[in-house]
Design a binder for this molecule. Structure first.
Ligand code: G
Ligand code: G
Ligand code: NA
Ligand code: MN
Length: 252
């Protein structure tokens, strides 16, 4: 309740910031993207994890305004870096199911792209499998409208959702993001069959595949041996503020 009350005024009080976590091409080792992750510091509550307040924002509907702020801020930041002639990368933004299902989401993304002048190819939306369980024609229409804008779509936390796999070949999806729980299993000897299966499936569906939660060299090597395209995780970097991201990953 205390969280909900303070969350209502958090946008007006500028209490949110974004952190960015790099995504690395596994072969070239170049940083090719970053995931924007929201952070909240409140005077009364201190730092509150998004794992705690995002579900509340979803239940109360506040996620629409907060999510719009995340989208605008990450597009602005990415455009700013590109204007400074830094190496261009894609920014990935988490979109909760409620945001995806909002009837105005395509217009919102369109106007933010216009407003910030970010080339759409440098924006990716990460949606979860739970979106796929909604009415198929509606989801497909929306994904196609997003694709038409020129942005990319990835499926976050892939493999742990409740949806069937049948949507994968019909929906216009660019990337599968292997859930951390499967990446963890690489270290438990002989239990990496799911990771291998997801990589093979992504490639046979002409999608790219990224592994999240990569923490050690052994996982990276396994993913490289099995032709995973990109990695994200503490092994490369934890999520960091914009200033640090620019200094560490975008400067030559
Ligand atoms: O960054 P961290 O690991 O603390 O994030 C915890 C959870 O919050 C993750 O599931 C992440 O996807 C989610 N999250 C972080 N930022 C955003 C955001 O901007 N929008 C949404 N919908 N979820 C976010
Ligand atoms: O649900 P989603 O995949 O968006 O969650 C992203 C969250 O995972 C972020 O909060 C980020 O802080 C966390 N994260 C990113 N890389 C790692 C990692 O290598 N190990 C662990 N434990 N968490 C990670
Ligand atoms: Na994510
Ligand atoms: Mn995830």
């Amino acid at each position: 309740l205390q969280i909900e009350k303070n969350l209502r005024t958090a946008l007006d009080h500028n209490e949110f910031t974004l952190h960015y976590q790099p995504k690395q091409d596994i072969l070239t080792k170049h940083i090719v993207g970053m995931e924007a992750l929201i952070r909240w510091n409140n005077k009364e509550l201190g730092n509150v994890s998004p794992a705690e307040f995002i579900p509340i924002a979803e239940e109360t509907g506040m996620i629409n305004d907060i999510g719009e702020w995340v989208l605008r801020t990450s597009c602005q930041q990415n455009k700013l870096w590109q204007s400074k002639n830094l190496h261009p990368v894609t920014v990935s933004v988490n979109l909760s199911a409620r945001q995806f299902l909002d009837p105005h989401i395509v217009e919102t993304v369109t106007s933010i792209l216009e407003e910030t002048q970010l080339n759409p190819k440098y924006l990716e939306l990460e949606i979860t499998e739970n979106v796929a369980v909604h009415e198929k024609d509606y989801v497909n229409k929306k994904l196609n409208a997003m694709r038409q804008l020129g942005i990319k779509i990835s499926i976050d936390d892939f493999g742990i959702g409740y949806s069937s796999l049948s949507y994968l070949k019909d929906y216009p999806i660019d990337t599968l993001k292997i859930d951390k729980s499967f990446v963890d299993e690489i270290l438990k000897n002989g239990d990496s069959s799911i990771v291998r299966a997801i990589i093979a499936m992504a490639h046979s569906l002409h999608m790219s595949v990224i592994a999240e939660g990569v923490e050690v060299q052994e996982q990276l090597q396994f993913l490289k041996d099995h032709k995973c395209d990109q990695i994200q995780g503490y092994f490369i970097s934890k999520p960091i503020c914009a200033t640090e991201f620019e200094r560490l990953f975008l400067k030559a």
